[in-house]
Design a protein. Structure first.
Length: 530
């Protein structure tokens, strides 16, 4: 899409990406788009991807929704659209290889898991492609290539650059961070970071008259106040800040002190959260958040976790707070049971929850311990997982942890872990409690994800055998695609070295830790056979 029509900074990409990775916001954006473009619902549903990294190819379109509309589908001829040279080169290579194999009497396969001849396809049955305002294909390069080869018409959706005044535009712009929420909120304070280093911790006063002098325009950081409270041994408990005269702090600066992240907020009556949200949107936060300081070195938002969450959702830059200085402050242990997830349902666990649990491990078993136990059990026959040696190693370099509880106890039983890569989500780590039911649950979920666009995994031996023979999951069938997805060089085999799995010609050898491993890339990574 044309950058001149709607340019985006790095922060813009981050904002729209964060919104589309948030299941609640992604669903809201999806419904708003359907309300705006009901005739294009099929396309929107396809890109929505059930809230998992939604609309990856349409981020500029969504961020600039006030400048674009969506039309179609209607028939277009090969001259109406353009495919990138790189895409044409790759698809031409595969096309010619199919013709060569066919002429030689080999088992030629052009489409993944489909023996159809690409020269004899019925283009009227192809899903529509998507082209932008410049006629460039943004989705469906493979279909567009075959249509051009056959000089055949094809259905297409079109992104058209023109002002969009639909009533849903403003809400989408708010969700992706393009609208300044201060226009809608009562804010009287602008935070200035100058002077924070000038904060002076008061000396202990034997007469009890000392107090913390807080500059309302340049308040000290929470860590500065906490350090001061610890150093004066919990004797100075007063400040010039209270609930009727609060001080304002940047919303994001307070995020590390949340006792409950979004998915673990204590339940409030149905509708009350929405009422509170609407009130804050209209009037700002009228009841300050309470920050509790413990002389044991712990600080947290003791009251106002819901208000802080709403402030983040609405984009408030500052929130009012007041302080309570105490002898001891304790954080609640975060455990799997806190999510109250239905039995058998897979839950996407927030990474910040795992990091917090790993950092704040104490005497009790918490979420990090529960997840680590599953991983350790799955890998114990080979001495444990090489990158996860203890619960403190979580979440590590991984970006997605999904787990499920299938039995009567309150702990998780099966786990799947993935990392974000340019080609999508690479499934890397597994975990289970060792029971037959948990192993089956993790295997079933693995197969489901490998049939989901954007998920892929290198597999071998028993697990590859199961995925291929029981589930028939898709695979990547070219060396060039495998090396591009993995970002590593491989030794290509094609067919299995022992002649197994005749329809799976995607085997290769890769050096892993000095060992030559026979692998196959299963799943549907982005940019392969689209």
């Amino acid at each position: 899409m044309n950058e001149e029509i709607h340019s985006m900074k790095t922060s813009d990409w981050e904002n729209v990406g964060n919104a589309l990775r948030d299941p609640k916001k992604a669903n809201e954006i999806h419904q708003l788009l359907i309300g705006m473009f009901p005739k294009q619902k099929r396309l929107l549903d396809y890109h929505y991807n059930e809230g998992r990294d939604s609309y990856p190819e349409l981020k500029r379109f969504i961020h600039g929704i006030d400048k674009y509309i969506l039309e179609g589908p209607f028939l277009v001829s090969p001259s109406d659209y353009k495919i990138s040279d790189e895409a044409v080169k790759e698809r031409e290579r595969k096309y010619q290889q199919y013709i060569k194999d066919k002429a030689a009497g080999k088992d030629a396969l052009y489409f993944r898991n489909n023996p159809a001849d690409p020269r004899e396809v019925d283009f009227s049955k192809f899903p529509p492609i998507t082209i932008d305002e410049n006629g460039e294909v943004t989705d469906g390069n493979h279909r567009a290539f075959l249509a051009q080869k056959a000089n055949a018409d094809l259905k297409a959706y079109k992104i058209i650059a023109q002002p969009n005044s639909h009533k849903n535009v403003a809400k989408i712009l708010q969700l992706v961070g393009r609208v300044d929420w201060r226009k809608f909120l009562n804010e009287s304070f602008t935070y200035d970071d100058v002077g924070r280093d000038n904060f002076v911790c008061p000396e202990i006063d034997p007469y009890g008259k000392a107090y913390y002098t807080i500059n309302k325009n340049n308040p000290p950081s929470i860590e500065q106040l906490l350090k001061c409270w610890v150093e004066n041994r919990g004797t100075i408990m007063e400040s010039n800040v209270d609930s009727s005269d609060p001080v304002y702090y940047p919303t994001e600066e307070l995020a590390p002190y949340r006792e409950y992240v979004k998915d673990r907020l204590r339940r409030i009556k149905t509708g009350k959260y929405e009422e509170l949200r609407a009130d804050i949107k209209e009037n700002g936060i009228r009841e300050p958040l309470l920050i509790q300081f413990g002389s044991n070195g712990v600080a947290k938002i003791g009251e106002g976790n819901h208000r802080h969450q709403i402030a983040q959702e609405l984009g408030l830059e500052q929130v009012p707070v007041y302080f309570l200085f105490q002898r001891e402050v304790n954080l609640n242990e975060n455990k799997w049971a806190d999510y109250d997830a239905p039995k058998g349902q897979w839950l996407d666990i927030p990474i910040e929850d795992i990091a917090s649990a790993a950092r704040d491990r104490g005497g009790e078993i918490n979420l990090a311990d529960e997840l680590y136990n599953l991983i350790n059990n799955a890998y114990k026959k080979i001495g444990g997982h090489s990158n996860i040696r203890s619960a403190s190693d979580l979440p590590g370099k991984y970006d997605e942890y999904i787990a499920t509880d299938i039995d009567s106890d309150p702990e998780p039983d099966a786990l799947r872990v993935s990392s974000n890569k340019p080609a999508g989500k690479k499934m890397t780590v597994a975990g289970h409690d060792g029971s037959k039911e948990a192993i089956t649950a993790y295997i079933d979920k693995s197969a489901q994800l490998l049939n989901t666009p954007g998920y892929f995994s290198e597999m071998s031996k028993a697990i590859a055998h199961i995925m291929i023979t029981k589930y028939g999951v898709p695979f990547v069938d070219s060396q060039e695609d495998v090396e591009r997805v993995l970002g590593k060089e491989i030794t290509w085999l094609g067919g299995h070295p022992e002649g197994k799995y005749p329809n799976y010609n995607g085997w290769y050898i890769r050096d892993i830790g000095g060992s030559k491993e026979t692998k196959i890339l299963l799943g549907l990574p982005k940019g392969v056979n689209e």
